[in-house]
Design a protein around this ligand. Structure first.
Ligand SMILES: NC(=O)c1ccc[n+]([C@@H]2O[C@H](COP(=O)([O-])OP(=O)(O)OC[C@H]3O[C@@H](n4cnc5c(N)ncnc54)[C@H](OP(=O)(O)O)[C@@H]3O)[C@@H](O)[C@H]2O)c1
Length: 293
């Protein structure tokens, strides 16, 4: 456990449509998932809320993360402001049918001019008891430093893309350690060839889509699958994971990580396997949100 009490494995739900979210979330809960990760922009909070309501799990046994969308310049959206952020949270609470969100995040740092104002809204939401913990996502050092410089409450977590092709940049890693900010890993399975297969939201280079399964020899050694190896690699480094799947057998596989331990030597090999070939895979190809101004 960590200071925000977030379970180390959560169900990722990006690209799970609202009308499938209820049954997949119910399946995940029945298998033992204790954390669901969603976002305003995923448009599936309603389905997840229905699953939470109809499943037998008690509220204190399930952890819910959702995220406020601050806007995105490339899509010509207006940026969110303080009042809009408060309303966005209230709408998420309504759709999720909850009184309180366990972890509420600003989804990205794109709203440059409004970033501090949006963080002030997060602090206010916490004060009002609508959210338990507040954090950010896709923030680099210079984004978080704005909050530090304003001398207001700091984020407790930063949800970022983490896998061997996108390890946490050293300055960000050091900054988060110094400020007690927990990295939460997303798209940890991005290096596997079938990741987001057939989806337009897949900016991976063609050779990674059609190539061999990476680290297969190491996974074989531990008698696990490569997805299990990558998820466990992240967990052993201390980063909670959010594997998404719409398939029951994969939901089960991604939760089944207790029966092996990766040696320090192999952790190191995996961490260094693409050290000279780092790239952001989860956004559109040549764009890394950590690098926005
Ligand atoms: N904060 C952010 O900006 C941000 C960005 C991206 C993601 N996220 C969060 O992180 C979650 C995870 O990231 P992600 O959805 O990009 O990727 P992911 O969970 O790393 O990978 C999902 C992909 O891998 C496949 N898959 C899952 N388990 C598998 C297994 N055991 N064997 C083979 N294939 C498997 C899935 O296909 P099937 O569904 O067909 O099984 C899907 O194509 C998201 O759902 C979302 O909640 C956050």
């Amino acid at each position: 456990m960590n200071k925000i009490n977030i379970p180390m494995i959560g169900l990722g739900t990006w690209l799970i449509p609202n009308d499938e979210a209820e049954s997949i979330t119910k399946d995940a809960i029945s298998l033992g998932y204790k954390h669901i990760d969603t976002a305003e922009v995923y448009r599936n909070e309603e389905g997840i809320g229905n699953a939470l309501k109809s499943s037998a799990i008690s509220r204190d046994e399930i952890y819910i993360t959702t995220k406020m969308w601050p806007g995105m310049s490339q899509q010509e959206e207006p940026y969110q402001n303080f009042d809009g952020a408060i309303k966005a949270c209230e709408q998420s609470l309504k759709l999720l049918q909850l009184n309180e969100i366990d972890l509420y995040l600003i989804h990205n740092p794109f709203a440059k001019e409004n970033r501090l104002e949006l963080w002030e809204a997060m602090v206010e939401l916490k004060k009002q008891g609508k959210v338990k913990h507040i954090g950010v996502s896709n923030y680099n050092v210079h984004h978080i430093k704005e909050i530090e410089d304003a001398e207001i409450e700091m984020p407790t977590a930063n949800q970022i893309e983490i896998h061997p092709w996108h390890i946490i940049p050293q300055p960000l890693d050091e900054y988060m350690k110094n400020n007690d900010i927990l990295p939460i890993a997303y798209s940890t399975l991005a290096p596997i060839p079938n990741w987001r297969e057939g989806s337009k939201w897949n900016g991976k280079p063609e050779d990674m889509k059609s190539g061999a399964m990476p680290c297969k020899d190491i996974a074989d050694k531990y008698k696990v699958t490569v997805p299990q190896l990558f998820l466990k690699w992240s967990i052993q480094l201390g980063y909670p994971v959010l594997p998404k799947s719409v398939k029951f057998h994969r939901l089960k596989e991604n939760l089944d990580l207790d029966n092996f331990e990766i040696s320090n030597k192999d952790l190191n090999i995996i961490s260094n396997i693409a050290i000279n070939d780092q790239k952001c895979l989860a956004w559109s190809g040549d764009f890394d949100p950590l690098e926005v101004e």
